[in-house]
Design a protein around this ligand. Structure first.
Ligand code: UDX
Length: 412
């Protein structure tokens, strides 16, 4: 099929390259010329396992390209994904400016298109946005009627950073929120290579499924962290506790790993918007609110354990919000560093991939970060931190170090 994708961030690029690798013709659109040039030269603008190889493969095959020209992309496709960013505004609610702009641009480009066209919202948007913002803007800019001249679906993504290609290739389910049947048939045809269950719903249900999934996973982590705090007080091992708990098929063992908690570009943003949106509607999201609070205090817990750090050299191992990525967005490590700075510590930080945190120089190696340090904090679960060549005090915030005898865990 002929596919276009607006927005070449994480989700747009992985999906675009993924569909191209299945044999579809894909055009990715972005407003940033530099990014487009890089993608066309085979250089992914993000760090993601397997992406450089897959991008090279589809570029060589010739059925994938990136462009800044949205009109060209719409003219040469029958189905278009909107996968632009939906950042948090200052008050924690979602900022829809890129969604608004993309739907206006798409509508304008659609004006001269004679054939039926399918629009798929892939970005994570508050329930009601596809109907209230996307359809409204596309109709106004194109002069066409949704459900008649063009169809609309909402198709949330569930890609984890660092495992995005694996997740694209092996989805647990495909959720298709739909305005009309013709567009969901087109989206199902595009996804025919996948064997997982497909759930068709109204548009706002699909939007809701994405938020509720991420909020529930965040709640699981915060629950594990609350339990872990209790466990430490009585000398029980929380990881063994959750091993036993997770053996119950009704519960499942995933996302019970206690430690410094969640960060990244999705959980913080999605939980905040879920709670804010629920409140705007007069509902009371007590559980998600509590999960957010529990997550917020974790950085101060590890700093408390470190004791008096004033004037001391502290080795910080790990900056990324999780292992397998260079992403430091909303990383708990960044919060820990802020607190250490406030307490007057001298920080020597190392991360195998993560880009620099503002105002902080990254050491070249783990050994350099440890040189002359009095204490070491492990903030990201990179495998190379399993064995740390250090004789001082180590506090493990991610349950990664192998030899527990010499270390202290945040929760053991
Ligand atoms: C998440 C969702 O998993 C994905 O489906 C969604 O579409 C995007 O958001 P991602 O942000 O890449 O993906 O990270 P994920 O692997 O889910 O981890 C999120 C955070 O939770 C990380 O900071 C991780 O360290 C933390 N985490 C995860 C825990 O603290 N404990 C766990 O048991 C699992």
């Amino acid at each position: 099929m002929k596919v276009s994708v607006i927005g070449t961030g994480y989700v747009g690029l992985i999906s675009g390259v993924g569909y191209a690798s299945q044999g579809h013709d894909v055009i990715c659109v972005d407003v940033l010329e530099e990014k487009v040039a890089k993608i066309n030269a085979g250089e992914p603008p993000i760090h993601e396992a397997g992406l450089p190889e897959r991008l090279r493969q589809v570029l060589d095959k010739g059925n994938f390209k990136a462009t800044t020209d949205i009109t060209d992309a719409i003219e040469n496709s029958d189905i278009c994904f909107i996968s632009v960013g939906t950042p948090s505004a200052a008050d924690g609610s979602i900022d829809l400016k890129y969604i608004e702009q993309a739907s206006k641009d798409l509508g304008t480009a659609l004006k001269n298109k004679d054939s039926y066209f399918t629009i798929v919202v892939k970005s994570t948007v508050t329930p009601g946005t596809t109907e209230g913002t996307v359809i409204k803007n596309v109709e106004a800019a194109s002069g066409k009627k949704a459900g008649q001249d063009f169809g609309v679906c909402m198709n949330p993504e569930f890609l984890r950073e660092g495992k995005a290609i694996e997740d694209f290739d092996n989805p647990d389910r495909i959720v298709i929120g739909r305005l009309d049947e013709k567009s969901s048939e087109a989206l199902k045809a595009l996804n025919k290579a996948f064997t997982c269950p497909v759930l068709e719903t109204p548009l706002s249900t699909a939007e809701m499924i994405k938020y509720v999934s991420n909020a529930f996973l965040a709640v699981k982590i915060s629950y594990a962290n609350e339990v872990a705090e209790f466990c430490k007080k009585i000398g029980a091992d929380p990881y063994e506790v959750f091993k036993g708990v997770g053996m119950d098929k009704r519960i499942n063992p995933a996302f019970f790993n206690s430690g410094l908690g969640w960060g990244g570009s999705c959980f913080p943003k999605d939980t905040k918007e879920f709670a804010a949106a629920a409140k705007r509607e007069g509902a009371n999201p007590r559980i998600v609110d509590a999960a957010i609070e529990t997550n917020k205090i974790l950085p101060s817990k590890i700093v408390e354990l470190a004791g008096d750090v004033s004037g001391k050299t502290v080795a910080v191992l790990g900056l990324a919000f999780k292992a397998g990525t260079d992403d430091v967005r909303e990383s708990q490590a960044v919060e820990v560093i802020k607190l250490l700075n406030e307490k007057g510590a001298k920080i020597q930080a190392y991360d195998p991939e993560a880009s620099e945190v503002e105002g902080l120089e990254r050491e070249e190696t783990m050994e350099k970060a440890l040189e002359g340090a009095e204490i070491c904090l492990v903030l990201t679960e990179w495998p190379e931190f399993e064995n740390i060549p250090f004789s001082g005090k180590i506090i493990d915030g991610r349950n990664i170090v192998e030899n527990r005898e010499n270390y202290e865990g945040l929760f053991w």
